[in-house]
Design a protein around this ligand. Structure first.
Ligand SMILES: O=C[C@H](O)[C@H](O)[C@H](O)COP(=O)(O)O
Length: 262
């Protein structure tokens, strides 16, 4: 099993906790705090990757507010899902796509899990493919989380690792995915919603992988999954995040890749 390098190429900056109040922040408050801190990175004229989910929506609304107040201008948003497209339209953010704007300055998105090396699991909302296309091309990818998303190793939570597959013979692909990781006690399940397979924005299905043991070499696992015909993409986002913003009860912490910070 390959050993990941220590995370010494990162440094931390912290912000003081909010003044004490009678009520402690809810998880949604923490998501909003992380999202608003991320929007500090947004400058007028930027092309922005707009993430998907209950954390990212706070960033979308904040950007919309700043545009309305004239504190930001000439922003172009590239939505990572149909849901985000609707939310961004409602927030008044002008939208485009990668074909018209192939250079994305900054993307902001939530995640399902983040490890100490800033490797991520994404896609439990089903949007991993468009997210990976857009966030994989941007200059700076800012990940925003409440502290519940921090894990020691991704996949180690024993929660779902989503894989987007084409519908054709999806159970065959599912079997092959499960067999790939038989030594890790992997179970593969087709994501079902309302009695039928959950369909992504791209018309594909999601197979959720559950691991009994730690995945170990994530890059090797990624390669093995992607080599299977029928697989479109998986939810491991390895080495992509450049900034991590974590909101917790003690305040907001910002962690940067060193090369970006210098
Ligand atoms: O497909 C969904 C996306 O990857 C989301 O970014 C991820 O699931 C996190 O969503 P939330 O902020 O709602 O926890």
């Amino acid at each position: 099993m390959a050993v990941a390098p220590p995370p010494h190429f990162f440094f931390f900056t912290t912000m003081p906790p909010p003044p004490p109040t009678a009520v402690s922040p809810t998880q949604d408050d923490l998501k909003r705090m992380a999202a608003h801190r991320a929007v500090d990175y947004v400058k007028s004229g930027m092309v922005l990757g707009l993430g998907t989910g209950s954390t990212a929506v706070h960033a979308i609304r904040r950007i919309g507010d700043l545009l309305r107040r004239g504190e930001l201008s000439s922003i172009v948003g590239i939505p990572t899902s149909k849901q985000t497209e609707e939310q961004a339209t409602e927030a008044g953010i002008p939208l485009s796509d990668l074909e018209c704007h192939p250079s994305v300055d900054l993307a902001i998105d939530g995640v399902d899990e983040v490890d100490p090396h800033m490797n991520l699991v994404k896609g439990r909302g089903g949007s991993l493919l468009r997210e990976k296309m857009i966030e994989g091309t941007c200059e700076r990818f800012v990940v925003i989380v409440d502290e519940s998303k921090l894990v020691d190793c991704i996949g180690g939570s024993r929660l779902a690792m989503p894989v987007e597959v084409i519908p054709f013979c999806c159970n065959y692909t599912l079997e092959r995915l499960q067999r790939l990781f038989v030594d890790l006690g992997c179970t593969a399940e087709l994501r079902i919603e309302k009695g039928k397979p959950f369909e992504t924005d791209n018309g594909n299905y999601i197979v959720n992988l559950y691991f009994e043991r730690d995945i170990g070499d994530l890059n090797d696992a990624s390669d093995r999954i992607l080599r299977l015909p029928g697989v479109v993409e998986h939810g491991m986002f390895l080495g992509m995040a450049t900034t991590l913003i974590v909101a917790g009860k003690l305040g907001v912490t910002v962690k940067e890749k060193l090369e970006l910070a210098s």
